[in-house]
Design a protein around this ligand. Sequence first.
Ligand SMILES: Nc1ncnc2c1ncn2[C@@H]1O[C@H](COP(=O)(O)OP(=O)(O)OP(=O)(O)O)[C@@H](O)[C@H]1O
Length: 595
Amino acid sequence: MKQKKENSIAKLLTYAGGHKKLTIFGCALSGISALLSMVPYICIWFVARGVFAVMPDYWRAQGLVRYGWTALWFALGSAGIYFAALMCTHLAAFRTAKNMRREAAKHLVDVPLGYLNTSQSGKLRKQIDDNAGMTEQMLAHELPDLVGAVVTPVAAIILLFVFDWRMGILCLLPLILSVYLLMRMMGGNNAAFFSRYQKAIEDLSAEATEYVRGIPVVKVFQQTVYSFKSFYSSIMSYSKLATDYSMGCGKPMTAFTTVLNGTFLLLIPAGMLLCRAAFDGWAVLADLVFYILFTPLCSMMMSRIMYASQATMEADEAVRRLDEIMDVEPLPQSNRPRQAQGTDVELRHVSFTYPEADIPALTDVSLRVPAGKTVALVGPSGGGKSTVASLIPRFFDVQQGNVLIGGVDVRAMATEELMGKVSFVFQDTRLFKASLLENIRAARPEAALDQVLAAAHAAQCDDILEKFPEGLNTVVGTGGVYLSGGEQQRIALARAILKDAPIVVLDEATAFADPENELLIQKAFETLTRGKTVLMIAHRLSTVQNADEILVMSDGRVAERGNHEALLRREGVYAAMWRDYQTSARWKVGKGAAI
Ligand SMILES: Nc1ncnc2c1ncn2[C@@H]1O[C@H](COP(=O)(O)OP(=O)(O)OP(=O)(O)O)[C@@H](O)[C@H]1O
């Protein structure tokens, strides 16, 4: 446990970069401030001893003013240095949290794109943002306080024994007992609490998001209690966890506070007895005054240690959770990248299993798209079409076989070259919350305005630009600017047309588009794919008839291959799919005629 704590603080300090020294300096100042804060107590002891020595003629006491000023200056000095310490640690803590966020974001750029696809974006944001934020409190407050609290006991124990060892022991006993109680509170089951607590909060937040997202469905289908069930159960398990922890801490916490503040119960009666029994009772009384004043400082020190231990556990957990992201292996890059010799795409005996999946998504798949030709992938849902497409731009690396572009394995190509060669049009298009111009220009930031306009025109976006007075400068997602699914896809197609990459990997899902949008999207597809090497995932057979080759994917294997006519002659899966398609098309026409 101790090892883990040291590691997490050391790890945090590595994120601090140039501000590591500032953190250490702040902690050192906090230690100095803690030491200085004891001097006023020593001054009080000198005053008490001086006054009691000349009782009842206390005006004859020497050096009272000097001790008074010394106490004041040391108290002010201690406060001032503590303030400076916190300034240093706050500055370093903010920078450290910023560095943690930046490092995590930088790392995400290098991980396989497939990881970002499979990880929930909300969860990732929370994991990075919240955990970096959690460490701020630790570095800004708790770490300097911990240093102060660790330095103080050494000096405090020396002081406790310097004046009267018997009273020193009486003060020390409750401190030792409180350390034991503190360890009980922080150890055992409670040590793993923060891990479970963070998980419960993440589950709660994911369920809350799901619940809010599902409200339209809930309303339409008149569901009430059932829709609320998993959200409710995540609230209940969070609440149970928090209650159990509070109840578990209840007794040791009560004992901890009672013991810490109960020192006087022992100290005062014992001190009075010692005064009576002593040869010089006034001197012992002066010692007692010192111990009575000094004991609360020890209690405060223990409370600080308690809060610091708690914050250290939180920081441990935060670093562990951030490490989960940082430990995701980046996509390996070739030391000596090779250039593709052409634009043909080939999969050679590719087998692939998704991370954490048991069943392979692809088994021994081979295909070739010669430069300038079109290959279509069709087949039942879950057959592996999207997986084939995602391996070309290296969303994941294959476990067996090769994916080649222009005869070169994609793993041997520089990322920039690979990304420059392939345009990937997804089924679920996402636009940035930026102007349409910026959204289209994302593919080629240096493109001139007329090139952007030409791409928008080629992607059939003219009606979208005319609809909004701001035209290309219209910002998506603000001030009532809403684009339908089909419109969003056309903007994404304009982006791909502007990129003008020689290879197009296309998921032609137009199911959500209305007939008018569908026609426009088809036209945009035609412009995008003209003269390009195209690998197309086709969901409707009407679009694949002209493909140079059609591959029927089923259960992660190529079940059939050939052109449209050849596959019909084969009387296999494709022929059956085609008959089904024809029947449904006739049914639609018939239905249309009846209307
Ligand atoms: N991220 C993932 N993690 C684990 N398994 C996955 C992942 N994505 C897909 N799969 C699995 O891989 C197999 C192939 O899926 P894939 O999405 O490639 O099929 P598809 O033919 O494109 O289906 P659809 O037409 O419905 O999009 C399926 O069994 C699917 O459950």
